[in-house]
Design a protein around this ligand. Sequence first.
Ligand code: SF4
Length: 276
Amino acid sequence: MIKFIVNTFNKNIFEKIQNFPIILRISDIKNISTINYESNIKNVAKVLITLDSDSPILKIENDKIPVDVYLRKITSLIKQLPSNITVFLHSDLDENYLKVQKLAESGIRCGIFLNKTDEVNWDRLSKLFNYCQYNNNLMHLIEPFNSLINYYCKPLLYNVNSIYCNNPDEYLHINDNGDIAISLEDMYNSHFTVNINSTPFLVDKILEQNRIKDNSFFLTRHRCSNCIGWGMCKGIFSGRNATENCRLFFKEITGYLNDQIERLAKSKVTNENNNI
Ligand code: SF4
């Protein structure tokens, strides 16, 4: 089911989308407490917060709704956080890869935020992935590896953008005026697909448009078209000059996941044979 990402407390908007799960995007941490008291926004499934500094994280009191915190960098030594909070650090700062590792070692849910605009240090990301594979002491696996490993076996390949609530097949973004965008970037650039007040308002139609866009991507023989990572990445790094590094990373992670699936299948056959 489609979920709406909302960056407003506008009651009219909430009424219009009352049948959909809501992801609330806020910039002021004080607004988290509002969610507990506003009876009209009961269907909030998650809160997303983008912060300039990490110090307000410790003030998050709500412990019921999952809260994803997006930070460019972390400056303090956070050793403990409630388990409903996941901290995402942007991929463009080299120090963040080690910081994420330290957070995970302290038992904090965390991950690297991969998106269209930030640079990624693919070498560090790959090292972090290797660290996750061989370190059994982590209390939580680091994102995006955690979700990719958990969902890969499902029939459809998992789109990495879902981790960051930015997969257009799953999430639509809506602003205070009811304008709807299919990605966070489109929202920031005021690139809207439709308005919630347009009649008839058909979510399915928006999703169909996305699928057509995906298909035309392949018809143009784009350089991502033959990439093994397409199912997971959907070309989010394709606007960059070099796509070789992202391709290698997704090849590595796909190889690992295929090995895991093969190993599981073999152990299943062995168990079945032992039971005959
Ligand atoms: S080449 Fe890079 S951007 Fe394109 S699908 Fe592969 S991993 Fe994604």
